[in-house]
Ligand binder design. Structure first.
Ligand SMILES: [Zn+2]
Length: 235
C-alpha cells in the first residue's frame, strides 16, 4: 500500500510541474510545442542556491518557483506583429492584462535558444505588472558601449542598442529584474541539472541584460547586480 501511494504522489508532483499554458487560436503549432518544451525544461530545473536579490524577487531558486511566478502574471499567449519592427514579443496590459503576445520573429531569430525564448516570456511579465505603470523602458545612451568600448549589440535582435527604448532604470525593471540578469545569472551559477551549453547561454544572456540596467543620472544600477553576485559564493 505504501509503495502504491508513493508512486501516485511522485506522478502527481511531476504533472504539476508541467506547463498547461493556454494559447490563442492563431498561435502556430510549432510555436506552442517549442514554448511548452522550453517551459517544461525551466520548470524542471534544480538550483543549489540563490543570490539575495533572487530571494527577494522570486524566493527559492527552483523550477517550480519560476512556474508559480510566470503563471501569476500570464494566463494566455497570443500572436501579434507588435507594431512591426524586430520585436519578438509584446504586451497590451490595458486591454489584455493577463496575456502576452509573440511575433513571427520569436522563433526565427538566428540567436533563438531556450534561454533567449524563456527570457522574452519572463520579460513580458513585467509589462503585465501594474505597479510602476507596467515598467516602461528607458532609452539606451548614445553611444552605448561595453567594457572594451565596442557598441553593445542586442543578443536576440543583433541590433545596436544605442538610442533604442531597451534599457531600464532599476534593477527591478523588465530586463534586469526578472529573467535577464538575476534569474539567468542564478541559473548559470547554481543550476545543478542544466547542461554546460544551457549554463553558458544563461550567463551570456545575464550579461546582455545586466548591461541594459542604467539610470538617467548615469550611475549604473548594474553595480547592484554585480554586488548581489559577489555576495554569494559559487557552489
Ligand atoms: Zn519590454
Amino acid at each position: 500500500m505504501f509503495l502504491i501511494l508513493t508512486t501516485i504522489l511522485t506522478i502527481s508532483f511531476s504533472a504539476s510541474a508541467q506547463s498547461k499554458m493556454k494559447y490563442s487560436r492563431e498561435v502556430p503549432a510549432s510555436v506552442r510545442q517549442t514554448i511548452d518544451a522550453d517551459l517544461n525544461l525551466l520548470y524542471s530545473l534544480e538550483l543549489s542556491g540563490q543570490t539575495p536579490l533572487h530571494s527577494e524577487i522570486f524566493g527559492q531558486a527552483r523550477g517550480t518557483t519560476y512556474k508559480r511566478f510566470f503563471e501569476k502574471y500570464v494566463q494566455e499567449i497570443g500572436f501579434h506583429d507588435c507594431g512591426g519592427g524586430s520585436s519578438v514579443a509584446c504586451a497590451f496590459p490595458g486591454s489584455d492584462p493577463r496575456k502576452i503576445f509573440l511575433t513571427p520573429h520569436y522563433l526565427s531569430s538566428p540567436k533563438s535558444s531556450s534561454v533567449t525564448r524563456l527570457s522574452s516570456l519572463f520579460h513580458e511579465t513585467r509589462h503585465l505588472d501594474s505597479n510602476f505603470a507596467n515598467w516602461p523602458h528607458e532609452l539606451c545612451p548614445t553611444p552605448f558601449l561595453d567594457e572594451q568600448g565596442k557598441d553593445i549589440i542586442g543578443i536576440v535582435s543583433g541590433l545596436k542598442m544605442e538610442g533604442l527604448e531597451a534599457c531600464d532604470w532599476s534593477v527591478y525593471g523588465s530586463y534586469a529584474h526578472h529573467i535577464t540578469a538575476i534569474m539567468f545569472y542564478n541559473m548559470a551559477r547554481f543550476c545543478s541539472n542544466c547542461n554546460r551549453e544551457f549554463r553558458a547561454k544563461a550567463e551570456e544572456l545575464g550579461l546582455d541584460q545586466m548591461r541594459r540596467v542604467i539610470n538617467s543620472s548615469g550611475i549604473k544600477a548594474q553595480e547592484a547586480i554585480r554586488a548581489d553576485f559577489e555576495s554569494s559564493p559559487v557552489r
